[in-house]
Ligand binder design. Structure first.
Ligand code: SAM
Length: 217
């Protein structure tokens, strides 16, 4: 995978706003690639609603243009969003104008995080390799984490996602930047080594390779 952060931020600046439009617009509800991402957003929202307290501070990494932020920011005392893509961050700032909400454009691996009650990251782990995952988990400073990952086991040739990734991740030379999958064991070991216990997990299924994890210290 390419390691150059400039390439990656440009990659996302080109892609993220259209990616969100294709997945979240009501008029594209039947777009075939949208339902797993919509379902991830809705399932995560329901988990958050049930578990948070109004006094909590929340950090969202890889927040895009604030699609989830818009649904959840009123549930918390404060919200901080971080994303590589400057255009997504500008759009998020326009979308939500609240003194308790803040967005910054940055690589999530370049920040030293203060303590937040909850850290959320949906769709981010697909774009971090194993060493970056370890680095991220060393930085996160939260007793609660909610995140998604794509489970290796579920991404087989009988899963349409396998064909989608094969097409999307075709070799483009030195700029190859491919989506990652992780095993359940890797995620469990990582969480355990950082002092977390797995509190809830929505497992991947044959047609939806995305898993959702809530971990707690
Ligand atoms: C697949 S999108 C998911 C967006 C949003 N969380 C959602 O679920 O709709 C991945 C997001 O992660 C961001 N991202 C990827 N790598 C990043 C990094 N190292 N630092 C900050 N943001 C990153 C991208 O810019 C993009 O907005």
């Amino acid at each position: 995978m390419i390691k150059n952060p400039d390439y990656i931020s440009k990659f996302w600046e080109k892609k993220i706003l259209m990616w969100e439009t294709l997945r979240y617009s009501n008029w594209l509800i039947l777009y075939p690639l949208s339902w797993t991402v919509r379902s991830r957003l809705n399932r995560s929202f329901n988990i958050i609603k049930k578990r948070v307290e109004p006094s909590w501070s929340v950090l969202e990494l890889g927040c895009g243009s604030g699609v989830l932020a818009k649904k959840i920011y009123k549930l918390f005392a404060s919200y901080q969003g971080v994303d590589f893509a400057k255009n997504a961050i500008e759009s998020a700032k326009i979308k939500i104008d609240s003194p308790n909400v803040n967005f910054i454009a940055s690589n999530v691996l370049d920040i030293t995080y203060e303590e937040y009650n909850l850290t959320i990251f949906l769709g981010l782990t697909d774009w971090l390799d194993e060493s970056q995952m370890l680095k991220l988990f060393n930085k996160i400073n939260s007793p609660n984490i909610l995140f998604s990952y794509t489970e290796t086991r579920a991404v087989s040739k009988i899963n349409p996602y396998w064909y989608y990734r094969k097409f999307m991740d075709r070799d483009i030379g030195e700029n190859s930047y491919k989506a990652r999958t992780y095993t359940h064991d890797f995620i469990c070991n990582l969480l355990q080594s950082r002092g977390y216990t797995l509190n809830i997990i929505e497992s991947s299924t044959l047609f939806n390779p995305g898993a959702i994890v809530w971990a707690k210290k």
